[in-house]
Design a protein around this ligand. Structure first.
Ligand code: NDP
Length: 319
């Protein structure tokens, strides 16, 4: 049976931004509702050790998110495990609908839908998803014990995934399209010091090769064909897995033509605030931040969104 929920604060998405907004809104007596999405907890659910969240010298990403969820619930957030599929910001109060047909009527909305992994866009990459190609070392690394895998990308994610995979794999080849990494220096130092890691510079993946479903007895990828962008030389790296770690796209499809976005789809907020162009609708975390993209900055924006929602409700008489 579908339900019609009413709330002063509807939070869409459940990463660090959403949970922090929930904690602040609940403690302000606003009885927030959160619709958690299909991947509750967001990107930290697929990461391993987090060493840069203040107060936690070392904690696993999923554990940190579980702590946040418990804290949000403990102070009074109602969390619904569903996904918002439609929103109406033209009329007040705002309304939203979830995938199960439930409706939400809300005086304010905090959007914290985060961002998703980006793919290279090759047909063969798609063909071998689940047969060696993955965008999540934490989820799938275990399946590549004592095997050779490639990681694509040069940012912190790629380096972190490559280092994580050395715990399982016999060899990890990092393929990067330039001749220097974007990752932090300390991460690079760790990578270069690891004997299991080899870096292939100035190279892009042209094709994932192997045996597809229905093409042989043992489907699976057997390697990647890479091109050196400086020499145009093509070579093949024999490997059983390929982890794509080339960045993320914000989860903003739902807000197309409803809120302002930049060229890459990130929601545009008033600088230094979580306020969108619609008063009472706020955006927090990676969905509106392509520069910092950290759990702690997302949490900070979540806090700001809840404080602004509280202020908006006071001024507009619905506190
Ligand atoms: P980034 O945007 O930082 O890096 C993406 C990498 O992928 C870049 O090296 C980029 O190359 C490469 N790339 C992008 N598109 C392609 C393509 N089509 N083909 C080949 N290569 C491509 O993304 P990350 O996911 O690494 O990091 C996102 C944010 O999260 C960053 O701010 C990062 O610092 C943070 N982060 C922090 C962590 C931590 O502190 N422990 C862990 C993971 C992420 P190029 O360099 O040439 O542009």
């Amino acid at each position: 049976m579908t339900q019609d929920y009413k709330t002063k604060v509807l939070i869409i998405g459940s990463g660090p931004a959403g949970y922090t907004a929930a904690i602040y809104a609940a403690r302000a007596g606003l009885n927030p509702m959160m619709v958690a999405g299909i991947e509750p907890g967001g990107q930290l659910m697929i990461t391993t050790e987090v060493e840069n969240y203040p107060g936690f010298a070392e904690i696993q990403g999923p554990q940190l998110m579980e702590n946040m969820r418990e804290q949000a619930e403990k102070v009074g957030t109602q969390i619904v495990s569903d996904m918002i599929v439609d929103v109406d910001f033209d009329n007040r109060p705002f309304t939203a609908k979830d995938d199960s047909g439930n409706t939400y009527t809300a005086d304010t909305v905090i959007i914290s839908t985060g961002a998703k992994a980006r793919w290279l866009g090759l047909d063969s990459e798609y063909k071998f998803q689940g047969l060696g190609v993955s965008a999540c070392a934490t989820c799938d690394g275990f399946f590549f014990r004592d095997q050779h895998v490639a990681v694509i990308g040069g940012g912190n994610s790629a380096v972190e995934e490559a280092l994580f995979l050395t715990n399982f794999c016999s060899k990890v080849t990092l393929v990067h399209r330039r001749d220097e990494l974007r990752a932090e220096k300390v991460m690079q130092d760790r990578l270069f010091a690891n004997e299991k890691v080899e870096v292939v510079w100035d190279s892009v993946v042209e094709e994932v090769v192997g045996v597809g479903h229905g093409e042989g007895d043992t489907p699976g990828m057997t390697g990647i064909r890479v091109k050196n962008v400086k020499t145009d030389e093509i070579s093949e790296i024999e490997c059983q897995g390929m982890f794509v770690a080339i960045g993320h796209d914000p989860a903003t499809q739902l807000f197309k033509d409803k809120l302002d976005m930049d060229d890459e789809g990130y929601l545009i907020v008033e600088p230094g605030t979580p306020r969108t162009k619609i008063a009472g609708v706020f955006a927090a975390g990676d969905v509106a931040d392509k520069i910092y993209r950290q759990a702690v900055t997302a949490a900070g924006m979540g806090c700001m969104a809840a404080l602004d929602a509280d202020k908006y409700l006071s001024v507009n008489g619905s506190h």
